[in-house]
Design a protein around this ligand. Structure first.
Ligand code: ADP
Ligand code: MG
Length: 323
């Protein structure tokens, strides 16, 4: 079972940023409003994600580290309409098999917090406010072959920050902080309400992006596309400025990328690498998120309807007369 877990871990955890993404998903699933990420050595030595969410009951903490332990899906029918970020119950088990994991958590009905040392299995009372801290140390310590593939700490750190940035753009109502080696390196405060999305965009991608981009909001049949598309002068030095979300989940999707690129080709004749943040909202029954262990790929029931909606949304926004 140890071996099976390590193989599964290989699919879920490629690098520290993969761990960050999974822990952020869990914190958001627990309805956190404030999330703090602490890293050491680009996340290889330490990743700690602290939230103020619902917490884990002490008798559920050991279970949370086991394979296929999920509190989020009770049936196959629910899998169809999954609304939470996680649902496979694989992430913590996978991480546990290739790193030292500790859970510190206090659920709403507990008089104290509890600390589970994943290595020894020891569970003891501890101090903490409501919520959960998941600590992951020495990633890939037991899999030196994997550890060798990691890049420099600076590169791994950059990937970790990207992972937080992706979540932060999707959830302006949640506050995020990133610390590295004890230094605060990013802090995006929570922006509740309708105006929050634009505010968070400015915080994360810069006020210059906000100024050099146009809002889009377009519906074609069952597909609703919102977000912002950058004008040619919005391209900054960072190459990776394409953010696509499906029902709030960050995705890498060929249909969306192709549709957006086609729109940029049409309107701006591909002068620049497109820069955009796109949120596709669609009936969950029309998209399968259970395609890839990391859930970063999705499969649409009808790719054409999504392609058309995204393309039109971006084209309309770029072509609209501007002041
Ligand atoms: P999944 O998210 O797919 O359910 P995970 O392995 O990521 O599986 O997590 C296992 C379980 O541990 C979750 O279903 C949840 O019950 C619990 N859990 C993990 N992280 C947190 C957290 N930050 N707050 C509350 N519960 C958590
Ligand atoms: Mg999860």
């Amino acid at each position: 079972d140890e071996l099976i877990s390590q193989i599964a871990a290989g699919e879920v955890v490629e690098r520290p940023a993969s761990v960050v993404r999974e822990l952020l998903d869990n914190a958001l699933d627990a309805d956190a409003t404030q999330i703090t990420v602490r890293l050491s050595a680009g996340g290889v030595r330490l990743i700690s994600v602290e939230d103020d969410g619902a917490g884990i009951a002490p008798d559920q903490m050991a279970t949370a580290l086991k394979r296929h332990a999920t509190s989020k899906i009770a049936s196959l029918a629910e899998l169809e309409a999954v609304g939470t970020m996680g649902f496979r119950g694989e992430a913590l088990a996978a991480i546990h098999s290739i790193a030292e994991v500790a859970l510190l958590s206090r659920a709403g009905d507990q008089k104290s917090a509890w600390l589970l040392d994943g290595r020894t299995g020891e569970l003891k009372p501890a101090a903490r406010a409501l919520g959960t801290t998941v600590e992951v140390k020495e990633l890939f310590y037991s899999v030196p072959a994997r550890r060798k593939f990691l890049k420099t700490d600076a590169t791994e750190l950059a990937h970790c920050i990207d992972a937080v940035r992706r979540h932060a753009l999707a959830r302006p109502d949640v506050g995020f902080a990133i610390w590295h080696e004890g230094k605060l390196i990013e802090h995006w405060r929570a922006h509740p309400g309708e105006a929050g999305r634009a505010q968070r965009l400015g915080d994360v991608l810069g006020e210059d992006f906000l100024a050099a981009s146009v809002a889009l909001d377009h519906r074609v049949g069952p597909v609703h596309v919102t977000g912002r598309a950058g004008l040619p002068d919005a391209a900054r030095s960072r190459a990776d400025q394409q953010f696509a979300y499906v029902n709030g989940r960050f995705v890498r999707d060929k249909v969306i990328v192709h549709a957006a690129r086609a729109a940029y080709e049409d309107v701006l004749h591909g002068q620049r690498q497109p820069v955009y943040v796109l949120h596709v909202t669609i009936d969950p029954a029309r998209v399968d998120v259970n395609v890839h262990p990391t859930k970063i790929e999705v499969r649409f029931r009808d790719g054409r309807e999504v392609h058309q909606a995204v393309r039109h949304a971006v084209e309309n926004a770029l072509a609209a007369p501007r002041a």
